[in-house]
Design a protein around this ligand. Structure first.
Ligand SMILES: C[S@@+](CC[C@H](N)C(=O)[O-])C[C@H]1O[C@@H](n2cnc3c(N)ncnc32)[C@H](O)[C@@H]1O
Length: 401
């Protein structure tokens, strides 16, 4: 268990940008006066504003790590026992409804699923309570950053289709419906990453994997569904000369992303826009990427996004989508009962409304049907997903020259 307690020992190794306000102009100096950081920062992560909340975060992150490892193992063992008692081998394919009926009420499995779920809900509420209890201060901080460079922040009110209004992950208001969605998502996902992404380590590792076009030219990069901008910032760190953009359908997400990037002193740009319709000219980008976007949109939206990526890429440009099944050997069609109950938990209880559609989508086929050629990267680097899953390759689309 020592890694639970040592996880902050990585502080400062990956980011190191800190807040570079000195000498960068009066607008940033003004922001420094408003910047809410009563307890300072650990590396690039602004500490939570109260000891109470930080202690809560420590508790929920540690508990979640325990659930994701020890408790999950115990629940899986239990599932295999129940399956055996019902005449199924561990690798047998079981219809979804059969698997759910067979496993959902077992106390260990249910405890695993619902402590995970309750903890997540509890965490959102604790964070939300903090931001709304100090509404004026947090809102003033964002308002001040809205008008501050170096990067651009663009809003397009009213673009949100109905499907983006679900409370995915049970996040109150979802991505689009709560003014502090970006704040909540950033601190909340530190839980999801089991405390191993406080310094954007995870985004740094996946940015390292992204291949460059064969001619080596990387002048402009787009990250679709950029959330609170962690990938956008790590892309800028890797390609400091490039013009980097993040688009997201949720205004509160890009707003927080912009504020965070300004705080960190990065010249990156955010646009409140649909990934299906980014508004950029044809052939504008050398690289288009996305990270865990597709499992959160309907099947048709994924297809539309693939075609939009093809449109905005220049000949030779690369589309590099990263999601749960974009690496070889990770099948969306895993019909084992234990897998089914976990997917059901994610779909039904964690409100991942579009997960099943993503699982059945012909992602690779649609890349082939777009203007792109489907291939796999030759990346040597690996990245580690939360909870120890490692992958070394990913599919990609290349726009023919
Ligand atoms: C799971 S989050 C991933 C965020 C980010 N890529 C990261 O590294 O954390 C999915 C993001 O996609 C955004 N999103 C969902 N549908 C979208 C769409 N059609 N166009 C653009 N963004 C979308 C959500 O608002 C959310 O910020």
């Amino acid at each position: 268990m020592s890694h639970i307690f040592n996880r902050r020992s990585v502080l400062g190794i990956a980011g190191g940008a800190g807040i570079t306000l000195a000498g960068t102009g009066s607008a940033l100096a003004k922001l420094a006066e408003i910047d809410i950081e009563p307890r300072g920062s650990d590396g690039i992560l602004e500490r939570l504003p109260t000891l109470d909340l930080e202690s809560y975060d420590e508790m929920s992150t540690s508990t979640r790590l325990w659930i994701d490892t020890k408790l999950t193992k115990a629940a899986e063992k239990r599932a295999l026992e129940i399956m055996a008692a019902n005449g199924y081998g561990p690798d047998d394919t079981v219809p979804r409804d059969t698997a759910i009926a067979m496993l959902k009420d077992d106390p260990i499995i249910s405890f695993r699923n619902h402590t995970w779920q309750r903890l997540q809900k509890h965490m959102w509420n604790a964070l939300r309570n903090e931001f709304y209890s100090n509404y004026d201060a947090y809102m003033s901080e964002m308002e001040s950053a809205d008008k501050t460079g170096p990067g651009v922040l663009e809003f397009n009110p009213g673009i949100e289709p109905e499907y983006t209004k679900h409370e995915i992950h049970m996040q109150p208001g979802g991505y689009t419906g709560d003014e502090f969605a970006g704040h909540m998502y950033h601190y909340g996902t530190n839980n999801f990453y089991n405390g191993r992404n406080y310094q954007d380590e995870f985004h740094t590792s996946l940015t390292r994997m992204i291949p460059v076009p064969a001619d080596g030219k990387v002048l402009r990069i787009l990250d679709m569904g950029c959330g609170c901008g962690q990938e956008v910032v790590t892309l800028k760190k890797r390609f400091p000369e490039a013009e980097v953009w993040g688009v997201d359908v949720a205004a509160p997400m890009v707003r927080y992303a912009h504020m965070r990037a300004v705080d960190m002193g990065y010249d990156v740009n955010f646009r409140h826009a649909l990934a299906e319709e980014t508004g950029f000219p044809d052939g504008y980008f050398d690289i288009v990427t996305s990270y865990i976007l597709h499992h959160e949109v309907p099947e048709q939206a994924t297809y539309d996004i693939i075609h939009e990526a093809a449109r905005v890429l220049r000949p030779g440009g690369i589309f590099y989508p990263i999601d749960f099944y974009t690496s070889p050997g990770r099948s969306a069609q895993d019909g084992r009962a234990w897998r089914r109950i976990r997917d059901w938990m994610t779909y039904r209880w964690n409100h991942e409304r579009w997960l099943y559609e993503y699982q059945q989508a012909d992602f690779e086929g649609e890349i082939r049907r777009s203007e792109m050629v489907l291939n796999r990267d030759e990346a040597k680097d690996t990245m580690t997903y939360p909870v120890g899953r490692t992958k070394s390759h990913n599919i990609m689309g290349t726009k023919p020259v």
